[in-house]
Design a protein around this ligand. Structure first.
Ligand code: FNR
Length: 381
């Protein structure tokens, strides 16, 4: 109502109100390389397009007069209480998009009470983000480095800073083939901006002969030896499980057998994700894998979904197919790039309002009722 009420005063929102228009606004206003970093995907970007096409293949079947005056969007995922089924997914190196970077996101999440996931490839430290977001739940995302000491240290810091879960991303053990980033020769800049959590880490610093302040290049060189981890195995995953008592959520799962494996080794949740189409061009859309993953794991496992969620109806489709909640990335990253903290808040608030109104108009008052929302027979093209 608030949004429409502004319109009564002929006040138009500053940010575009559909994803494609918002992305177009970002393309016009952001530096070319920053735009390319966020907008781009792997290869020909087929998987990026497929992610959205997968949502288009499902239809909702609204019911009437469902007593929807009081609605409840709250849910609990891996012991974290969420005020809605939307989580801000981990995005690295946000200083590239806006000078306030991760701090702006943390403050916006704090204002809204929405859970956000801090990337370990952030341009801000775990501790500074915790200070900026004292009142909303936070999770920490880890790309496990190849040095177990550094891995343990990052996890310990995440725990000490009050994060409520560790999200371990398993689909990024090497650099993906991303033509837009390659064309922009962007890697050195990304690395320079995205290693704040390593430079501040005691276990990482102990590996250096001279401090990063004295020898920044030496620190980057050591990071380049520590971060890539293509040799990671399921036994490293099991070791990580032993190293924290926080809920552990495996991100990047597409195959049901991988979901089961992660759960067998102690994962509390999985994120069905192809990283927004940024890793394997031509890989299957996340949404298309969701039902098989849900069927493969025990009921108590929290199955989350990301990649291509843009609207309230997308969120509800994912919930109807068995997701407990969704992660979203690019929409709020554009909000950040265009208007900083206010932009993140605006985009996320709008998405939550869209979820709420669409749920109501479908005649449902709570997320448990979302299971029966899909129209049968519309899931194949
Ligand atoms: C990402 N993503 C990501 N994931 C992760 O686990 N760690 C990270 O550091 C990053 N970094 C990152 C940067 C940028 C610019 C983007 C767009 C994405 C992936 C992200 O968490 C998520 O899986 C997808 O982006 C979700 O798809 P949508 O919502 O962007 O379509």
């Amino acid at each position: 109502f608030e949004v429409y009420a502004k319109g009564l005063g002929a006040e138009r929102p500053e940010l575009a109100t559909t994803f494609d228009a918002l992305q177009e606004q970002a393309r016009a206003e952001l530096p070319e390389a920053a735009y390319a970093y966020v907008a781009g995907g792997a290869g020909e970007e087929r998987t990026m397009r497929d992610n959205r096409a997968a949502f288009d293949r499902h239809r909702l079947l609204p019911r009437l007069l469902g007593e929807v005056a009081q609605r409840d969007l709250r849910t609990t995922v891996c012991d974290t209480q969420l005020n809605g089924p939307v989580i801000l997914g981990p995005v690295g190196v946000l200083s590239i998009v806006h000078p306030d970077g991760e701090l702006a996101v943390a403050r916006a999440a704090n204002e809204l009470g929405v859970c956000h996931v801090l990337s370990n490839a952030a341009s801000t430290t775990i501790e500074d983000v915790a200070d900026a977001c004292p009142d909303a739940p936070r999770w920490f995302q880890l790309y496990p480095p190849n040095d177990p000491e550094v891995r343990r240290s990052l996890v310990r810091r995440a725990e000490a800073a009050g994060n409520e879960a560790i999200v371990v991303t398993l689909d990024t053990l090497t650099m993906p083939w991303r033509p837009r980033d390659i064309a922009q020769a962007y890697l050195p800049f990304l690395v320079g901006e995205g290693i704040a959590n390593y430079l501040a880490d005691p276990a990482f610093r102990a590996k250096l002969e001279r401090t990063p302040e004295e020898d920044p290049q030496g620190a980057v060189g050591m990071w380049a030896q520590t971060f890539p981890n293509p040799g990671m195995t399921w036994s490293d995953f099991a070791a990580l499980r032993e190293e924290t008592s926080l809920p552990l959520i495996a991100k990047g799962v597409l195959h049901p057998d991988d979901a089961r494996r992660a759960v067998d080794l102690g994962a509390d949740g999985v994120v069905v994700s192809n990283h927004g189409g940024r890793q394997v061009d031509g890989s299957v859309a996340s949404l298309d894998q969701l039902p098989d993953v849900v069927a493969a794991v025990p009921d108590e496992t929290a199955v989350l979904l990301d990649s291509g969620v843009r609207t309230g109806s997308d969120v509800l489709k994912a919930l109807a197919l068995g997701a407990r909640a969704v992660l979203v990335a690019r929409p709020w990253v554009w909000g950040l790039g265009l208007r900083g903290q206010d932009g993140v808040r605006e985009v996320v608030r709008s998405l939550l309002a869209d979820v709420d109104l669409t749920l109501a108009m479908c005649g449902r008052a709570s997320l448990e009722d979302a299971a029966s929302l899909l129209a049968p027979g519309h899931d194949r093209d």
